[in-house]
Design a binder for this molecule. Structure first.
Ligand code: NAD
Length: 260
């Protein structure tokens, strides 16, 4: 089977697919001829993504809203005629603050999107993957879920939950030939990291440049990861190259051994 033959006719859902890492994943799959449906909370970014990637489905949906998720997944599966890949990508950075200063609202919102959202989307999508007879789920975690991550306790806790969710699902869904893995990116280039560094620098009373240097200090290769590199890893997992990989956490982080 050639590469192109494998991808032709495959169908993917990518959450938070209108920008950042999700858009890069949608773009990489679309380029192979995969049918792709994305959701996002930002209607303007969805319209831009739809213009950039002709033929994709783009729906406004907050992954923290179970009714909206059920309706998005149903619409996507009907529109594509089934489902092969679920890329459970949506997640927010949450607050950067000492634990005693984190509001209940910020904690709950981070969990609602990063943890509940993973569950709502997987719950809606799994019956369709089972019906397909095989499938792949990729849960977007973070190295923050693997190591101590000071001043970002909501985010780090939520990403540890994502890792645990993926591991559990991999065992549950293995008999259905559905592979489930988590990807743990490190410091990823793009708009989001600028927002995160600005917040974290403010919390620490240091400059943006000092925060960037501090974050890269722990990275062996002293480099950020590009969203396109994460998209290639997603493709590797979805393709036959990933046939024997399930229940794993694949870090893509330039060698990040701890976080500052
Ligand atoms: P981003 O902040 O660039 O946002 C991408 C998209 O998510 C945006 O279009 C936004 O509108 C959408 N979005 C936000 N809340 C949503 C919701 N409730 N429902 C649906 N869509 C929503 O994000 P990113 O940097 O591309 O991150 C994608 C994933 O990768 C997240 O799970 C994130 O935690 C993880 N991650 C990112 C980094 C990084 O440095 N950027 C590092 C590790 C892990």
């Amino acid at each position: 089977m050639t590469e192109k033959t494998y991808w032709a006719g495959k169908r993917a859902i990518v959450t938070a697919g209108a920008a950042g890492i999700g858009l890069s994943i949608a773009e990489a799959l679309h380029k192979e001829g995969v049918k792709v449906w994305i959701c996002d909370v930002a209607a303007d970014k969805l319209a831009e993504a739809k213009a950039k990637l002709p033929g994709i489905g783009a729906v406004v949906c907050d992954v923290a809203d179970p009714a909206a998720v059920d309706s998005f997944v149903a619409e996507a599966v009907a529109g594509m005629g089934g489902l092969d890949f679920l890329i459970n990508n949506a997640g927010i950075a949450g607050p950067a603050a000492p634990v005693e200063e984190i509001s209940t609202e910020d904690w709950l919102r981070t969990m609602a999107i990063n943890v509940n959202g993973q569950f709502f989307v997987a719950r809606a999508a799994v019956p369709h993957l089972k019906k397909n007879g095989e499938g792949v789920i990729v849960c977007m975690a973070s190295v923050a879920g693997k190591y101590a991550f000071p001043l970002r306790s909501p985010y780090a806790s939520s990403k540890a939950a994502v890792i645990s969710f993926a591991r559990g699902l991999s065992v549950e869904l293995g008999p259905h030939k559905i592979r489930v893995n988590a990807i743990a990116p490190g410091v990823v280039s793009g708009d989001r990291i600028q927002r995160v560094f600005t917040d974290r620098a403010k919390t620490r009373g240091i400059t943006y440049e000092e925060m960037e240097a501090l974050a890269l200090k722990a990275v062996s290769l002293k480099t950020m990861v590009d969203p396109e590199e994460i998209a290639e890893l997603v493709k590797f997992l979805c393709a036959p190259t990933g046939r024997a990989i399930t229940g794993q956490v694949l870090s893509i982080c330039g060698g990040l051994e701890y976080t500052e």
